[in-house]
Design a protein around this ligand. Structure first.
Ligand code: C5P
Length: 401
């Protein structure tokens, strides 16, 4: 009964998915929440304030400069007198405004003035969602601490186009609201966790390096999720372009050897989750100066040396954390390779995924994993990396219950 007596400020912005917000209001209310609706001008072109107000059993707020509303409640109070602000649907335009701090209507002003958690359920045409501008805004908002649910893949209501951009279903949104408001649940309180994430860069000379396509999205999401469940988290991150997660101590490193040193320096810990795509090899002796191309000379050979295996080091360490989780990025024989890694590296779990280029997993937002544990394997369906992170964090917490 997490939603009992919770006050949700629901911002509806202008998209065809606004029709689903009517059902969303019902779902929230039947779980005991009160819903105070705010509609943008665009939203009112899709659903009427009359319908929204009737389902919410509350006044619908639409104007920033309404004397009556300002005297009655006021935009600052709207922004603060609630437990959570939910934006459903969140259009590309509203996301752009939020990312840039605009406050030119009631919805954007509330979002700038609030100190409450904000959950956005984006809905837009797939081309609009994948546009670099929207992706940039999304990253910015994630960095600002805005929570997201969806968008999901499927057919668009208006154009029949397929792709990512559909608003999450009302019940998925309700579950995300519940997860955010579920503050009493800190099963990892008092536990210390070390997470590695991202690629490593192995220098060839001061300007060149060997790298891989890891984005850090999965590792960062796991670090944030463990922190949300109460753990004290140190994230050791290779070079990535995504922001440091909130509520986590992040240490930035470049080379595998630096990553290992940072991990070892943070022992003892209760939990280790090694998600980083650590380079197996480094250049045996990186040049101190930029290697020059000499006319007529053969290209310089790259002699490689083996990097330390951080997971294995941790899995067999005298101060081994109680729970050690590794990842296995494979392009073939995912299950078999994962299981042999479990043994070889002394891990409790290996989360194996197929990173063949056609899966789009490496660098993408979605993941499909096989959880390989001592007791057996479990195939999880394809889901967002955020949801994978939530489930892995819950799995870890179950060991400390
Ligand atoms: O052997 P492989 O690289 O596939 O193993 C993957 C797992 O081992 C991941 O959890 C990764 O973070 C970890 N690893 C490591 N140090 C290495 C190589 C891999 O910690 N040098």
């Amino acid at each position: 009964m997490i939603l009992q007596r919770k006050r949700i400020l629901l911002i509806i912005s202008g998209g065809i998915a606004a029709y689903k917000s009517l059902d969303l209001i019902r779902r929230l209310r039947e779980r005991g929440a009160s819903v105070r609706p705010v509609m943008t001008a665009g939203a009112q072109a899709f659903v009427t304030p009359l319908a929204v107000g009737a389902l919410a059993a509350d006044k619908v707020f639409t104007e920033l400069f309404s004397r009556e509303d300002e005297q009655d409640v006021g935009h600052i109070r709207l922004a603060r007198d609630c437990d959570l602000i939910l934006i459903a649907p969140a259009t590309a335009d509203l996301m752009a405004k939020m990312a840039n701090g605009h406050a030119d209507d009631l919805a954007s002003t509330i979002l700038l003035a609030t100190d409450k958690p904000v959950l956005a359920a984006p809905a837009m045409n797939p081309k609009m969602w994948t546009h670099p501008a929207t992706q940039r805004n999304h990253q910015t908002l994630v960095g600002d601490g805005i929570h997201f649910i969806g968008p999901t893949s499927g057919e668009m209501a208006e154009s029949g186009e397929k792709g990512e951009g559909r608003m999450a279903e009302p019940l998925e949104i309700v579950a995300a609201v519940e997860a955010l408001l579920d503050t009493g649940d800190k099963p990892l309180a008092g536990k210390k966790a070390i997470v590695t994430s991202g690629p490593t860069h192995e220098p060839i000379d001061p300007v060149r390096y060997i790298a891989n396509r890891s984005s850090g999205k999965q590792g960062h999401a796991i670090a944030a999720e463990l922190a949300r469940l109460g753990a004290e988290v140190t994230l050791v991150s290779g070079p990535v372009t995504i922001p440091d997660p909130k509520g986590v101590t992040t240490i930035h490193v470049e080379r595998a050897e630096d990553m290992r040193d940072a991990v070892l320096a943070n022992l003892p810990a209760d939990i280790a989750v090694m998600v980083a795509a650590v380079a197996d090899w480094r250049v045996a002796s990186a040049a101190g100066n930029k290697i020059k191309k000499q006319p007529g000379e053969a290209p310089p050979p790259l002699i490689l040396a083996e990097n330390p295996d951080i997971l294995k080091t941790i899995g067999r360490h005298p101060q081994r954390p109680t729970l050690v989780v590794g990842f296995a990025a494979e392009t073939q024989n995912v299950a078999e390779n994962g299981r042999s890694k479990l043994e070889r590296k002394g891990a409790d779990y290996i989360i194996a995924n197929d990173v063949s280029p056609e899966t789009g997993i490496m660098g993408g937002d979605r993941n499909r994993v096989k959880v390989i544990g001592k007791a057996g394997d479990e195939d999880w369906p394809e889901m967002g990396k955020q949801v994978v992170a939530e489930r892995i964090a819950r799995l870890i917490a179950s060991h400390f219950a």
